[in-house]
Write a protein that binds this ligand. Structure first.
Ligand SMILES: Nc1ncnc2c1ncn2[C@@H]1O[C@H](COP(=O)(O)OP(=O)(O)OP(=O)(O)O)[C@@H](O)[C@H]1O
Length: 367
């Protein structure tokens, strides 16, 4: 059975499930950190929802095991199985399932009443403030937009003071504008709440923005799992070979250049220039660099309009894609991918261990 691990101290959720149906089998053994966002990522039919439903106890996986921050919710070998309603979790589905006959406020109160006063760790006020739904409280669900409904559904899940939040493609039914509207709220949950969130998605941009930890599923098996910084640049995984392959880089806002409307980020002692931000100096941000936006040069001094030319070391190469070479770089303690033509790789003599310069054509700020 594929098994992945995070350091013992950080391990807070351990899930081991096997489900066998005609035509599909889930066989997963994962350890997830007890804080932050873990994304279950993979193609349609890879088993993301099935694994999430196992965590919720909605899918009965005989012989399964689940512990969440020291509490055992399922251990079939010892006859332990908490039914869903006894698991302190919040579940947000693709389509918000609010009670149509109750106002937003009553929907929230309904969620909260299910929790004994002593177990309440997120107040209703806090949930309302986090999701910015104060102006919607007296409305009926039918008078809400899809995005607003989803924010209410998330607030309702929070109001139950869950120890684990599960979200199954909560943005999938929304158009791009609504998605963009909700993402900052999800980021706030991530930053302000001490509740682990397991987030199902097949949208790389959502994963890039939200996830700290990634579980890559393929055909019901765990292909890889680990911190997003480690999983994304792995050349042996399909992610790195996709058209939009990227890495995320955690950086600090170091300076603003007002004259040119640019901001200098810093990571591992290296500068990374980006279109001007109005973020305060010292703030931590996350940036995304696409593999196809990185090219390589042997010297730093190149007549070029590219702002970011950074010293890097070639770690490994992959030539599996026709005519293209994928290069894994190490710079400033971070991994980066460069996708160049095979011809360039040969002409430059790119090889593991070589010192090169990474020309980074584009950097997108994620959060
Ligand atoms: N109750 C069930 N009985 C039999 N097969 C099922 C059942 N539920 C799901 N499946 C099958 O299991 C496979 C995995 O489904 P699952 O919904 O977990 O995938 P997913 O990765 O979440 O996909 P998507 O991104 O499309 O939602 C699919 O082939 C699906 O048809």
């Amino acid at each position: 059975m594929p098994s992945t691990s995070v350091s013992a101290a950080a391990t807070a959720i351990h899930a081991r499930f096997r489900v066998a149906w005609p035509g599909f089998a889930l066989d997963a053994d994962v350890q997830l950190p007890g804080r932050g966002v873990s994304a279950l990522f993979g193609q349609s039919g890879s088993g993301k929802t099935t694994l999430l439903r196992c965590l919720a106890g909605l899918e009965r996986a005989p012989g399964g095991y689940l512990s969440v921050r020291g509490e055992v919710w399922q251990d079939d070998a010892r006859g332990v199985f908490l039914p869903t309603h006894q698991r302190p979790l919040g579940y947000v589905f693709q389509e918000a399932s609010l009670f149509a006959h109750l106002s937003v406020r009553r929907n929230l109160e309904f969620g909260m009443k299910r929790v004994a006063a002593a177990a309440r760790r997120v107040s209703l006020e806090h949930a309302i403030a986090l999701l910015g739904i104060e102006p919607l409280l007296e409305r009926m669900p039918e008078k809400l937009s899809g995005g607003e409904r989803q924010r209410v559904a998330i607030a309702r899940a929070l109001a139950t003071s869950p120890r684990l939040l599960l979200m199954d493609e909560p943005l999938a039914a929304l158009d791009a504008r609504r998605k963009a509207e909700i993402l900052p709220y999800l980021e706030r949950l991530h930053d302000e709440l001490d509740i682990p969130l397991v987030y199902v998605s097949h949208a790389p941009e959502e994963v890039a923005r939200l996830a700290d930890h990634l579980v890559l599923l393929d055909g019901g098996r765990v292909l890889a799992a680990g911190p997003i910084h480690e999983v994304m640049p792995r050349l042996d995984l399909p992610l790195a070979h996709g058209e939009d392959a990227f890495v995320v880089i955690d950086a600090r806002v170091a300076a603003h250049d007002e004259a040119y409307a640019l901001t200098r980020l810093e990571f591992g002692g290296l500068p990374l220039w980006i279109t001007g931000l109005d973020t305060r100096i010292g703030a931590q941000v996350r940036a995304r660099v696409l593999a196809r936006d990185v090219s390589l040069a042997l010297s730093e001094r190149h007549e070029s309009s590219i702002l970011n030319v950074l010293p890097a070391r070639v770690v490994s190469l992959d030539e599996a894609d026709a005519g293209r070479t994928l290069v894994r770089l190490e710079l400033g303690g971070s991994a980066m991918l460069a996708r160049i033509t095979r011809r360039s790789a040969v002409q430059l003599g790119i090889a593991p261990g070589m010192e090169v310069f990474a020309q980074v054509k584009g950097v997108a700020l994620l959060r």
